[in-house]
Write a protein that binds this ligand. Structure first.
Ligand code: WT7
Length: 654
């Protein structure tokens, strides 16, 4: 594990206490928060057991809080039974049945309101549909859908019958979809004819067809939701329209009570080596932290309209669209489209029209909208907003200040939430009515979360602002259970150091004088492009799979909007193009990577060289490649290079 010198260069002294406006209605005060911290400190397990009893309905109460006998395969609430869909929907039927659960807005501006009663009925009907397709507890179901209410209905229906869903982001290619189908051995794929995005149609069914063309033998059926109505082909005996499959299904569906440790879903994410990992999440522990963070970090209240802009293809869309908000009886907004269509006012227009009170998005979206100027947000009524959030990457202080001034009008606290696909829910984040925030810091670990910054030996770094490894020293309920089908990879990736006692997040971080956490970046070969993780190795493998390519190395290059952009160095099997330039080939390789992984992974730059720079032991000198990608001067020792003449080639000078 290479760790470049971790040095802190950022200095930020501004700090922002919660506004008096926010304090008027906030529910978690400093006193109550202190009590939570105290309780967690006294006995972490008793603390989580209390939370689990008060926040969730159990069909069979648990008697054991945490089974650590097979660490790091921790099992929370192992003898308890519950159902996530019951906790999200049935619980609302008594007092809240007519409350709006989902406000859906399509790309084209079509709006639908779905009450809790209606959502419950639609989930039950679809759960019965799944049963009629032969899906039972433990079966895997792939969901490859646009960002529409039916994606959430499909997830909730799986949860209702104990089926394990794996949502694949609609922007992923046929080949990525196929990999996930094969790894999960899914019996069923739920998709749509297509989706609308920025005025265009996203093909989902035809991509599914390509994925299923060869292999994927586990798939018995494909359910297709009609969204766009454009022409697609249906394979008889395999494909069935959602509306046909639902015919005559009852709106009563007794939930299947599952063990708290039963997997609720798998979600694939990139690592530094090999193919994407199927992150396995539990039922009870996962839902618990989805709920506690909705309360503590988002201060969710009955009157809120909560909008998390993430797609259900990512973890944020699981925890803060499909599960957490519904389990707390909130009204959520689901949006099919993009922030810039029909124009760059779309988010703010929707905040005004739907009276959004809590808005949660990614720094990359904020940066893109800043470029459009202040006049656009200033022309909308954003007065209903009371809380803002960000996630996905460190937010640069300039973007934070813009969010604070132009969107929040200095009235809305900003919660910068640090977490990961693997952590399931927020881990380090402000408590909006209490924390005095600083632009760029995710502040403090939440109650019950034991986050620390340690050195190679696992000793806590106590010197302020000195960087180290971000670790969790105690298990927490919504933690990853394992990597699907690969327990060894789970151990190797997340518990490789410190005698396997600490969870290694893969980020470097520092703590300031006050103990606030500042995330500094990844310690492995993982890029963060627009708030999404991409393994450099994955993109390299995709490039090398092209018949023209002999070798490839991929690094990140800072990018104004995306955070990081993909920069590829390629060695061809044939001649290096004259002057290192071949626009046509570059377009071809970009499209190739798009087909292999998805558009998000396409390299922004490709540079051709006769060779890659390697150390004596044959390792690619990535740090050197990063320096070159940034266009910085080379200060590293390059004397070990076999062929120093490639340097100008890598720099694009010849
Ligand atoms: C990685 C996790 C969690 C949902 C979105 C991404 C980075 C995430 C922050 C933040 C600084 C952040 C980390 C982390 N990250 N949130 N608030 N400040 N960095 O999920 O794809 O699993 O990626 O995103 O590097 O390890 P993910």
């Amino acid at each position: 594990m290479a760790q470049d010198n971790i040095e802190s260069t950022l200095h930020e002294d501004r700090h922002f206490p919660p506004s008096t406006d926010f304090l008027k209605t906030a529910s978690l005060s400093a006193d109550k928060l202190n009590t939570l911290y105290e309780q967690a400190k006294n006995d972490n397990q008793v603390f989580w057991a209390d939370q689990a009893r008060s926040e969730m309905d159990w069909q069979t109460p648990f008697t054991t809080t945490l089974d650590s006998s097979n660490a790091p395969f921790y099992r929370w609430f192992p003898d308890g039974k519950l159902n996530v869909s019951y906790n999200c929907l049935d619980r609302q039927l008594k007092d809240n049945a007519d409350k709006t659960a989902i406000i859906f807005e399509g790309d084209q501006g079509d709006v639908q309101y779905i009450s809790y009663r209606q959502l419950h009925a639609r989930v039950c009907i679809f759960a019965n549909t799944l049963k009629a397709q032969g899906i039972t507890k433990g079966d895997r179901v792939i969901i490859y859908m646009p960002m529409i209410a039916e994606a959430v209905i499909a997830m909730q229906a799986c949860a209702r019958i104990g089926a394990i869903h794996s949502v694949v982001f609609g922007g992923f290619s046929a080949s990525s979809l196929k990999d996930r189908i094969e790894d999960t051995q899914a019996k069923l794929v739920i998709t749509a004819d297509g989706g609308h995005r920025g005025g265009r149609i996203i093909e989902l069914k035809s991509t599914t067809d390509s994925a299923l063309e060869s292999g994927c033998d586990s798939v018995e059926a494909v359910i297709v939701f009609k969204r766009t109505g454009h022409d697609i082909s249906m394979q008889s005996g395999r494909d069935v329209w959602w509306s046909d499959a639902e015919q005559n299904q009852s709106s009563d569906c007794e939930p299947v009570w599952v063990e708290a440790t039963h997997p609720l879903f798998l979600l694939y994410t990139s690592g530094s080596t090999g193919k994407p990992k199927g992150i396995q999440h539990s039922t009870g522990g996962y839902l618990l932290n989805a709920i506690t963070t909705m309360r503590w970090v988002f201060d969710i209240q009955d009157s809120d309209v909560f909008w998390c802009t993430a797609d259900v293809g990512w973890i944020t869309g699981h925890t803060y669209v499909a599960y957490g908000p519904l389990a707390t009886g909130a009204t959520i907004v689901i949006f099919e489209g993009v922030p810039t269509y029909p124009d760059a006012g779309r988010f703010w227009d929707m905040c005004e029209r739907h009276a959004v009170t809590i808005f949660y998005t990614a720094p990359t979206a904020i940066r893109a909208l800043i470029k459009q100027g202040d006049d656009i947000p200033n022309s909308y009524d954003l007065s209903k907003l009371r809380l803002l959030g960000t996630v996905g990457e460190p937010i640069n202080p300039e973007a934070w200040m813009w969010y604070h001034n132009v969107i929040g009008k200095q009235r809305c606290p900003i919660v910068d939430t640090w977490w990961q696909t693997e952590t399931g829910a927020h881990m380090i984040a402000p408590i909006p009515a209490v924390t005095i925030t600083k632009p760029g810091s995710c502040t403090r670990a939440l109650p019950g979360i034991d986050a620390a910054v340690v050195n190679e030996q696992g000793e806590e770094i106590t010197t302020a602002n000195q960087g180290g490894y971000l670790v969790m020293r105690q298990p927490w309920p919504s933690m990853i259970q394992t990597v699907w089908g690969d327990d060894q990879r789970y151990k190797d990736t997340y518990w490789p150091m410190f005698d396997g006692k600490y969870y290694l997040a893969g980020d470097s971080a520092r703590r300031d004088e006050e103990g606030f956490f500042w995330i500094m970046g990844r310690i492995d070969d993982v890029l963060n492009v627009s708030g999404h993780r991409l393994g450099t190795m994955e993109i390299e493998s995709a490039l090398v799979a092209n018949p023209l390519v002999a070798e490839a190395a991929v690094v990140g290059k800072p990018h104004e909007i995306k955070g990081e952009a993909v920069f590829a160095y390629v060695v061809l099997k044939g001649e290096r193009p004259a002057g290192g330039i071949d626009d046509e080939l570059t377009q071809q390789l970009r499209a190739w990577v798009g087909d292999q992984i998805g558009a998000i992974a396409k390299p922004d730059d490709i540079r051709y060289a006769d060779n890659l720079p390697k150390t004596r032991s044959g390792k690619i000198m990535r740090r050197l490649l990063r320096t070159i990608a940034k266009g910085e001067e080379i200060t590293q020792d390059t004397s070990t290079l076999e062929n120093e003449s490639i340097l100008p080639q890598l720099q694009g000078k010849v």
